[in-house]
Design a protein around this ligand. Structure first.
Ligand code: AMP
Ligand code: GLY
Length: 432
């Protein structure tokens, strides 16, 4: 079978790495891919947003199955257009991708189906929004309705901050049209978890849990990022919690989407807050998490490709997956300055040494292949640049191996958090 993966991040590297290992895959392409992906797939220089070119490529190359990584193309309807061209694809159609693409849609869906989440209200008028935050008090959360590259959520500790956030979105349009409508919601306290399930429209196949590290700095300090590291599974989700999440959140969401005429097919990624009174939805994503996906693919024992195809075919009901009895951790290396401004083009060395560390794997994200004095080199080309993953019997063991590999990378203009896994390791220590 001929497969095309769309995207260029660490998530897509993990997907390509796993799909390339499938005996069902005869030929794997990735658009646009990255230098790490090039080891598993033939990279084609088409942007993930360039729908027309992707369709033309898939048709001309007789692609049997397309796996869409990022949310942008899903929300823009890439899967609808591929299906219309007769090509099978993994991922929700545009209507179902609204679960990520519109926070207002998502909150209304949760509310209509009595699924636990933060209380909220939707606004397009700045004055009404400010009256609401004054009535509710701080802390409170102000969110842009649409996709804002992970930056559209402002956790406001004071009323002043909340009013400034409302002004910046509605009056100053800092997120363009994505921020012309707001969701204002309760500030929830608890432990965050990323919960994944393959969904084929009606059936649900749990696909594991992970914990991300959103803040840029050690101790969870500094601004939020796309994710600076993760581990899987999340120890807080024991069997009882897993059953509760499925019963109270995942199944009602899947039923609610079908009832709303937007059955969800793909990977449903629930960002949850485990609060004192139970799990609550922070948000839904219509795609794999990055860097969570890297940890899931490292732990998966079964062939991924039949599972993705069964999802697209509506055949998950009888499907099962096997997982390694190991934990995985991934440490993200980013360009200094990220999530703010950073420079591109800096030289990264030592990647082969890092890859040789037993139990470690180097995932590429924002890297670029270049030449210097006629020799191939790798340079940094984005904010999040590498994900160094490792597996082990415990998070402590996996962490030691991952940082051993991180320390082989010679990249003075890069940085990483040194405390990835701290929460799980504290639990391991307290459990002896
Ligand atoms: P989101 O883009 O919706 O995932 O939000 C980014 C991050 O903001 C989340 O991962 C949480 O850490 C935090 N967050 C979002 N909404 C809330 C909320 N209602 N209460 C507390 N923290 C939140
Ligand atoms: N790591 C969080 C996300 O992919 O949204």
């Amino acid at each position: 079978m001929r497969v095309l993966v769309v995207g260029s991040g660490g998530r897509e590297h993990a997907l390509c790495w796993a799909i390339a290992a499938s005996p069902l895959c005869d030929k794997l392409y990735c658009a646009p891919g990255n230098p790490g992906i090039a080891a598993s797939a033939e990279c084609v220089p088409l942007a993930a947003e360039d729908t027309a070119s992707l369709i033309a490529f898939a048709v001309s190359q007789k692609i049997d199955f397309v796996v869409v990584g990022p949310e942008g193309p899903l929300v823009a309807g890439l899967v609808d257009k591929l299906n219309a061209a007769g090509i099978k694809a993994f991922g929700p159609n545009a209507s179902a991708a609204r679960i990520e693409g519109s926070k207002g849609f998502m909150k209304d869906l949760l509310s209509a189906n009595k699924i636990p989440t933060a209380w909220y209200a939707r606004f397009t008028d700045a004055k009404a929004a400010k009256d609401y935050v004054r009535a509710k008090g701080a802390p409170i959360v102000v969110k842009a309705d649409g996709l804002a590259a992970g930056k559209g959520v402002i956790l406001c500790q004071s009323l002043g901050e909340a009013e400034a956030a409302i002004d910046s979105m509605i009056n100053d349009k800092v997120f363009g049209v994505a921020g012309l409508e707001l969701v204002i919601e309760e500030f929830m306290l608890g432990e965050e978890v990323s919960y994944f399930a393959l969904v084929d429209g009606t059936s649900v196949l749990p696909f594991g849990t992970a914990q991300d590290h959103k803040a840029v700095g050690d101790g969870d300090k500094g601004p939020n990022t796309g994710g600076m590291g993760a581990y899987s599974p999340a120890p807080i989700v024991d069997k009882a919690m897993d059953e509760r999440i499925l019963r109270e959140i995942i199944h009602p969401t899947v039923r609610g989407m079908a009832a709303a005429g937007a059955p969800f097919k793909g990977i449903l990624f629930a960002g949850l807050m485990i609060c004192k009174d139970g799990p609550k939805v922070i948000e839904f994503n219509a795609r794999f998490g990055d860097p969570e996906c890297q940890t899931l693919m490292m732990r998966l024992k079964s062939d991924i490709l039949p599972a993705l195809i069964a999802t697209a075919d509506g055949q998950l009901a009888t499907f099962d997956l096997r997982w390694k009895d190991e934990v995985c951790i991934v440490v993200v290396m980013a360009a200094k300055g990220y999530p703010g401004n950073y420079i591109k083009g800096t030289l990264i060395e030592g990647l082969d040494d890092a890859a040789r560390v037993e139990g470690a794997f180097v995932f590429h994200a924002g890297t670029k292949a270049d030449t210097k004095d006629g020799k191939p080199i790798i340079t940094a080309h984005g904010g999040r640049v590498l994900g160094i993953a490792a597996t082990g019997k415990t998070v402590s063991e996996a962490k030691r191996i991952a940082y051993q590999a991180v320390d082989k990378v010679r990249w003075p203009e890069g940085f990483c958090r040194r405390d990835i896994g701290w929460r799980a390791i504290a639990r391991e220590k307290s459990n002896g």
